[in-house]
Ligand binder design. Structure first.
Ligand code: HEC
Length: 95
């Protein structure tokens, strides 16, 4: 019985993860793909997000919310922290 509960808990957790990544994919398509490329595959126009360091969520949040001096626009006024978290899950999923 205990094993069953554990299994259920685990699958609920992985479902939540999958949902966040797919929400992130939708946001990415709307806001990011025009520069960063379809499915995270850079066309050379902007940073290839598949190469972004996966242990640096703080840099990801800051770059996305505040933009960068090298041409990445700030998204603070359009995206919530939850949106950025979903984007991060999507970027970590590899596309
Ligand atoms: C108008 C074009 C454009 C759009 C749209 C855009 N970016 Fe960028 N982005 C850039 C450019 C150009 C760079 C490279 C500049 C740099 O290295 O700072 C960049 C760099 C980045 C970086 C790396 C910054 C770092 O810390 O090195 C991240 C992360 C990023 N973008 C995420 C996103 C996300 C997520 C979205 C959608 C919400 C997005 N970008 C939308 C142009 C864009």
């Amino acid at each position: 019985m205990r094993r069953l509960v554990l299994l259920l808990t685990l699958s609920a957790a992985s479902l939540a993860q999958a949902d966040d990544a797919s929400l992130g994919r939708d946001i990415y398509k709307d806001f990011c793909a025009s520069c960063h490329g379809r499915d995270l595959v850079s066309t050379g126009l902007a940073f290839d997000l598949r190469k972004f360091p996966q242990n640096d969520v703080a840099r990801f949040q800051k770059s996305v919310l505040d933009g960068t001096a090298k041409g990445m626009p700030p998204w603070k006024s359009q995206l919530s922290e939850q949106d950025v978290k979903a984007l991060w899950d999507y970027v970590k999923s590899g596309g």
